[in-house]
Design a protein around this ligand. Structure first.
Ligand SMILES: Cc1cc2nc3c(=O)[nH]c(=O)nc-3n(C[C@H](O)[C@H](O)[C@H](O)COP(=O)(O)O)c2cc1C
Length: 171
């Protein structure tokens, strides 16, 4: 799919078929995330790929009972690795770069998912300690995004955007 079509046609989707996401597609998603830029190329993040139904349930509870998180056959959890960024970049690495690294990686994975015929929804509303506990992450890793993935069980809702004149200031 060409890039213009990809960004035009990607929409959040919150209902998934039970069909598993194939291993090779998971590999492609992770490869795409791994190609994302990162501060100093440190890649100060961790990805946890969750297929376990019990863990998906725990993630849905952590995500303030957003049940579609458990319904998705695959959930990628993106965590900022504060310590990894702090060691090179100090406070800025810990408070900004690690979060940005994880965020960009998730964005790459989300776009790759659409290219592979999958649907997803970025989930940012969650209790971070509950997510950390669900995936067994250490305290230095802070959850930034959940990305439930699967095949669509409904039509996407088309969202609008702010106008560029509102969004952009040219100087
Ligand atoms: C940082 C962030 C947090 C989000 N958190 C949630 C969430 O917790 N639950 C949810 O259903 N959608 C969540 N979304 C998805 C947005 O609602 C969605 O991207 C937005 O409405 C635009 O729709 P579109 O993705 O279909 O273009 C989040 C998106 C982002 C980028």
């Amino acid at each position: 799919m060409d890039y213009a079509t990809l960004i035009e046609e990607r929409h959040s989707l919150r209902a998934y078929q039970p069909t598993e996401v194939e291993e090779d597609k998971l590999g492609s998603l992770l490869h795409a995330a791994n190609r994302a830029p990162s501060a100093g190329n440190l890649q100060a993040y961790q990805i946890v790929a969750v297929r376990s139904p019990a863990t998906r349930q725990a993630l849905a509870r952590a995500a303030l009972d957003q049940d579609f998180v458990a319904q998705a056959p695959l959930v990628l959890v993106f965590l900022a690795d504060l310590g990894r960024a702090r060691r090179k970049y100090g406070h800025r690495g810990e408070t900004l770069y690690s979060l940005q690294d994880a965020t960009i990686a998730c964005a790459y994975a989300q776009l790759a998912a659409h290219d592979l015929g999958l649907v997803s929804c970025w989930v940012g509303a969650f209790r971070k300690d509950a997510v950390r506990q669900a995936v067994g992450a250490p305290p230095e890793q802070v959850p930034v995004a959940l990305l439930p993935l699967g095949y669509p069980a409904e039509q996407p809702r088309i969202t609008s955007r702010r106008s560029l004149s509102d969004l952009v200031r040219q100087i």
